[in-house]
Ligand binder design. Structure first.
Ligand code: ADP
Ligand code: ASP
Ligand code: MG
Length: 411
């Protein structure tokens, strides 16, 4: 059972979580719990690190931002004990949850679930594990898994204890066809395939961290997204509650062509103008960006009319925009461009569905619908089960709702 930030936002919320856990324990289930920090806490901790120093050491960033989960895991253990349930909190280093040493976005390498299993068996003890954090194997330093990383902690713990299911309790009652806060007519999906959820998550739907879906897929952990705001006593622990199961494609009977629509405003567009149209140009541009650890996403290059120069446009995460411009500025001689244009005022809207593999023309319909709304497309990328368009940020909501209706996703 994993509970996110809004589900543990204050003591009343944590008490509610404890009642959810008690219900499952009373029903005879063996349970491990993973918790996030109280809503807003991690943001505050991140802001303090930045205010302390713009160029802080990421090892100390991790020491600070991991603190939020320590508080909620201890409080939940206290409340469970108060309800007569054996419980013990576990920080990342105590379990341990061993990770790589990429501070700020570490990867889980290994969790030994034997101790947790033994404690369930011997004394029905519920483990309350801190999400988001781990420890680096060699240096023994605290690491964190990237924002939203408690989802990944939960799926990894579930795999380590061979859980039947990993329930992600959050502030919505499942995965929707699009963000329900932006598209009021979004529908809850009963099931969604791992591959589709992977795309939705990586293209902006923050309901699950991408890495958690990858882990679920690799370790075959069924992930179930459900609401923590149901009254604990109203839920029958022996029945399937309402929510969304992330499962294998074969387990979905009625597959739609389009399953969902995601969007991200965390994008920036950069255009390199009048670059010589000759072999090696893409390497000259993207090599230095890769060296600077900047992730390039959409790329558009035209074939020049005169065979001499062309423009090349691509996107990077908005947070890396300034740095990208600096890197390209330094490489100007080597690349030989005329000038750079850029904008952070862009958004990427993506349409996802496994059915696209066997249906032609799905993207063409979208282009027509966006045109009818006067929304200009700056760049397009496609792959087997998704396509994305880059548009002006101000049109994001309109574009998402237009596409949502176009593919019959409205309720
Ligand atoms: P938690 O704190 O529980 O981890 P998050 O805020 O990380 O919760 O994720 C839940 C939020 O994800 C929802 O409140 C919702 O606004 C957003 N979201 C974005 N896209 C979707 C989607 N397709 N389905 C459901 N929720 C979505
Ligand atoms: N508390 C962390 C964050 O806000 C991890 C999480 O909530 O999943 O990113
Ligand atoms: Mg989250």
């Amino acid at each position: 059972m994993k509970f996110g930030g809004t589900s543990v936002a204050d003591l009343d919320c944590i008490r509610n979580v404890a009642r959810h856990v008690k219900r499952e324990v009373d029903a005879g289930h063996e349970v491990a719990v993973v918790v996030s920090a109280m809503a807003g806490t991690t943001n505050q901790l991140v802001a303090w690190c930045r205010a302390a120093s713009a160029l802080h050491d990421t090892r100390e960033y991790d020491a600070v931002v991991a603190a939020g989960e320590q508080v909620t895991s201890g409080l939940l253990a206290i409340m469970l004990e108060g309800m007569g349930i054996n419980a013990r909190s576990w920080q990342g280093w105590q379990l341990p949850i061993l990770t790589s040493n990429v501070h700020g976005s570490a990867r889980i390498l290994e969790i030994n679930g034997a101790e947790l299993i033994k404690r369930f068996k011997e004394r029905n003890e519920v483990a309350v594990v801190c999400g988001f954090q781990g420890v680096h194997k060699e240096t023994n330093r605290i690491t964190t898994l990237g924002r939203g990383g408690s989802d990944t902690s939960a799926v990894a713990v579930a795999a380590a204890i061979h859980a039947d299911r990993c329930d992600i309790y959050t502030d919505v009652d499942g995965v929707y066809t699009s963000d329900p806060r932006v598209v009021p007519r979004a529908r809850r999906l009963d099931k969604i395939a791992f591959e589709e959820m992977l795309e939705l998550a990586s293209l902006g739907a923050k309901v699950l961290q991408v890495r958690s879906v990858e882990l679920g897929m690799v370790h075959k952990v069924p992930i179930f997204v459900r609401s923590s705001f149901d009254r604990p006593e109203d839920v029958d622990p022996h029945r399937t509650p309402s929510g969304t199961l992330i499962c294998d494609e074969e387990d979905i009977v009625e597959q739609q062509v389009v399953t969902g629509i995601a969007f991200s405003k965390d994008e920036a567009q950069i255009s390199v103008r009048h670059v010589p149209d000759k072999p090696g140009i893409a390497a000259a541009i993207f090599g230095p960006l890769a060296e600077a650890n900047i992730n390039v996403d959409m790329i558009v290059q035209n074939v020049s009319a005169d065979g001499a120069t062309t423009d090349l446009t691509f996107t990077v995460p908005a947070a890396d925009y300034q740095r990208s411009m600096e890197v390209l500025g330094k490489a100007r001689k080597a690349i030989g461009y005329d000038h750079l244009d850029g904008s952070t005022d862009v958004a990427k809207v993506s349409v996802i569905g496994i059915g696209m593999r066997s249906h032609a023309g799905v993207a063409a319909e979208a282009f027509k619908a966006l045109a009818s709304r006067n929304i200009n497309i700056r760049a397009i990328t496609t792959s087997e089960i998704k396509f994305s368009v880059l548009i002006e940020a101000a049109y994001t909501e309109l574009a998402v709702r237009t596409l949502h209706s176009l593919y019959d996703l409205d309720k």
